[in-house]
Design a protein around this ligand. Structure first.
Ligand SMILES: [Zn+2]
Ligand SMILES: [Zn+2]
Length: 81
């Protein structure tokens, strides 16, 4: 998956390191506190925009069109256990 993204010109430039979210063990999910995950950089960053400042790929959040994915994700989780 990530190798495919690199092929179409989206790759990590190391800029995301400046926005790297700190670990917080008190928060169950890192999607809280405005932290977003970039699947290209494979990092959690604190960033208000929709796109990664580093690779410009769309960041993953809980609130942003996450509902359509939810059922599929649950099915995959059930299969695992
Ligand atoms: Zn990056
Ligand atoms: Zn990125």
């Amino acid at each position: 998956m990530n190798s495919f993204l690199v092929v179409i010109g989206m790759s990590c430039n190391g800029i995301c390191m400046r926005f790297k979210a700190k670990r917080n063990h008190d928060v169950p999910s890192r999607y809280h506190e405005g932290q977003k995950r970039c699947s290209v950089c494979e990092i959690f960053i604190k960033w208000d925009e929709t796109y990664c400042p580093c690779c410009h790929y769309k960041l993953r959040t809980r609130s942003f069109r996450g509902w359509g994915m939810r059922k599929k994700y649950r099915e995959e989780t059930l299969k695992r256990y």
